[in-house]
Design a protein around this ligand. Structure first.
Ligand code: NAD
Length: 420
C-alpha cells in the first residue's frame, strides 16, 4: 500500500511491526489494518511574532487506532517533526498502551518548530492556535493530548484553557500532564523518569547487580532524563555521564544530580555547567557503564554504536532510540546487554497520564503515594509479562514487549469485527 507515511522513523516503526507480525504469524492481509493510522490531521498555524511579522508553522496529529478507546499521546515541538515521525510515535504509543493494559489507542502530535527560538508570548500563541485548530478532531473521549519533547505542563495548561474557552466550561480531562493547580495529578511530572528508574531496579534485581557503586550515563536532561537521573542517584547509582542538546559531560567520579538540576533550571540547559568535564557527545553512549539511558531523541543507537556499547543495561527512556539495524547487533549481544525496550521503559508517563484522565473524569483526586503505588504495580505487571514471554519463546525483549501490545490490539479488532 502506498501512503503519505514515509521517512526513516516511520520505516523503523514499520520494520519493527513486520518483525513482530512475522513472529505472531499475522496473515499478510490483516497487517495494514493494524499498522496504518486511522486518521492524520495536518494544519497550518499562523501566529503574530513579537517583531510584528506573521509566521506559519506546520502542525500534525495522528490517531493510530480507535479499537480500545480514545487515542492518547504526546505533543512534540521540534524542528524534526513531520508526518512520518509523528505517525511512528503514534504507532509505538498503541503498542505501549496495550502492553500496560490501558484502554487507549496511540496518538501523537506536534509542530515543526524549535521552541527555544520563540519568546514565551509566541510559544503561548502557537500552543493555543495549535489546540484551536485541533478542536474538531480531539475530545476527552476521542483523543487526549499530553506533553512530549519541547512541551511541558505550561503548554498543557494553555491547551486545556483554549479547549475549555471554546466549550464554555472547564474541561480538564482534555489533556494530561497539566499542572496540579489546573487539574493535573500528583506524580505526573516525574512519572516517566521514576518509571524508568523503577524498571532499572527490577532489571538489576534480575541480574543480581548491586545499585551501590553502579554507574549510569544519561543522554538528555529534560523531563525524563533529569527525573530518571535523580531517582537513580537516590538508589545509590553514580551518574558519570550526562548530556543535553547544548553540552555533554563525563566524570568517572560522578555528578551531583541536584546541582545539575538546579543549574539546568536556572539556565534553561546544561551549557556552561563545567569546563573540566566537557566531553565529546558522539562518544558518550559508548563509554563503559552499568546503565545507559538514552532519554532524548530517536535513532541515536545505530548498528555501529550498538557494536561498541559497553553497558550492562540499556534502558530506553526515549522513544525509538535504537534502530532495527542496531537491534540485529544487540540480538547477538543478548547475554551481555539487557534491554528495557522503550514501550515498556518509558510507559510510566502514559500510565500516570491515564490516572490523571480517570481522576479528572471523576473529579476525585488521589494522593501521590496512591498514584505511585498504582504506577509501580502496572509497571511490574508489564515487566513480568515481558520476561515470561522472552523465556517462553526465546525472543528479544523488544519483540516480546511489542508482541504483547500488537496481539492485544489484533485480538480486539478480530472480536469487534469489521464495520459495516
Ligand atoms: P524534554 O524536551 O523535556 O527533554 C529533551 C532533552 O533531550 C533535553 O534535555 C534536550 O536538550 C535533550 N536533547 C535533544 N536533542 C539532544 C541530542 N541530540 N543529544 C543530547 N540531548 C538532546 O523531553 P522529554 O519529555 O524528556 O522527552 C525525552 C524523550 O522521552 C523523548 O523521546 C520522548 O518522546 C520520550 N518520552 C517522554 C515522556 C514524557 O512524559 N515526557 C513519556 C514517554 C516518552
Amino acid at each position: 500500500m502506498s501512503s503519505i507515511y514515509t521517512g526513516p522513523v516511520f520505516e523503523m516503526a514499520r520494520n519493527q511491526f513486520t518483525h513482530v507480525a512475522d513472529y505472531l504469524e499475522i496473515p499478510e492481509g490483516k497487517r495494514d489494518r493494524l499498522l496504518y493510522p486511522k486518521r492524520a490531521i495536518a494544519i497550518s498555524c499562523p501566529i503574530n511574532l513579537d517583531n510584528g511579522e506573521t509566521a506559519v508553522f506546520q502542525g500534525y496529529r495522528v490517531q493510530h487506532h480507535l479499537t480500545l478507546g480514545p487515542t492518547k499521546g504526546g505533543t512534540r515541538f521540534a524542528p524534526s517533526v513531520d508526518i512520518g515521525e509523528v505517525s511512528a510515535l503514534a504507532i509505538w504509543m498503541s503498542w505501549k498502551c496495550a502492553l500496560a493494559g490501558l484502554p487507549y489507542g496511540g496518538a501523537k502530535g506536534g509542530i515543526t518548530v524549535d521552541p527555544h527560538s520563540l519568546s514565551i508570548r509566541e510559544l503561548e500563541n502557537l500552543s493555543r492556535r495549535y489546540m484551536q485548530e485541533m478542536i474538531p478532531f480531539v475530545g476527552p473521549h476521542v483523543d487526549v493530548m499530553a506533553p512530549d519533547m519541547g512541551t511541558n505542563e505550561q503548554v498543557m495548561a494553555w491547551f486545556m484553557d483554549t479547549y475549555s474557552m471554546y466549550q464554555g466550561r472547564t474541561v480538564s480531562e482534555i489533556v494530561t500532564g497539566k499542572p496540579v493547580s489546573s487539574g493535573g495529578t500528583e506524580g505526573r511530572r516525574e512519572a516517566t523518569g521514576l518509571g524508568v528508574a523503577h524498571l532499572i531496579a527490577r532489571a538489576m534485581q534480575r541480574l543480581q547487580m548491586n545499585p551501590a557503586g553502579a554507574t549510569a550515563i544519561i543522554q538528555g536532561f529534560g523531563n525524563v532524563g533529569s527525573y530518571a537521573a535523580l531517582e537513580l542517584a537516590q538508589q545509590g547509582i553514580r551518574i558519570i555521564g550526562v548530556s543535553d542538546h547544548t553540552a555533554c559531560y563525563f566524570d568517572p567520579n560522578g555528578f551531583d544530580v541536584n546541582t545539575l538540576l538546579a543549574y539546568a533550571g536556572k539556565h534553561g540547559s546544561l551549557k556552561g555547567y563545567s569546563t573540566e568535564a566537557l566531553f565529546d557527545p558522539d562518544q558518550l553512549l559508548v563509554q563503559a557503564c552499568d546503565i545507559l539511558v538514552p532519554a532524548a531523541i530517536e535513532r541515536v543507537i545505530d548498528a555501529d554504536v550498538a557494536a561498541k556499547l559497553k553497558c550492562r543495561i540499556l534502558a530506553e527512556a526515549a522513544n525509538g532510540p535504537t534502530t532495527p539495524e542496531a537491534d540485529a547487533v544487540l540480538d547477538q549481544r543478548r547475554r551481555e546487554i539487557f534491554i528495557i525496550p522503550d514501550i515498556l521503559c518509558n510507559s510510566g508517563g502514559v500510565i500516570v497520564s491515564y490516572f490523571e484522565w480517570v481522576q479528572d473524569l471523576q473529579q476525585l483526586f488521589w494522593r501521590r503515594t496512591e498514584v505511585l503505588n498504582r504506577l509501580r504495580d502496572l509497571l511490574d505487571n508489564a515487566f513480568e509479562r515481558v520476561m515470561v514471554r522472552v523465556e517462553k519463546d526465546a525472543i528479544s525483549h523488544r519483540v516480546a514487549a511489542m508482541a504483547i501490545g500488537v496481539d492485544k490490539v489484533a485480538q480486539a479488532k478480530a472480536t469487534r469485527g469489521l464495520f459495516p
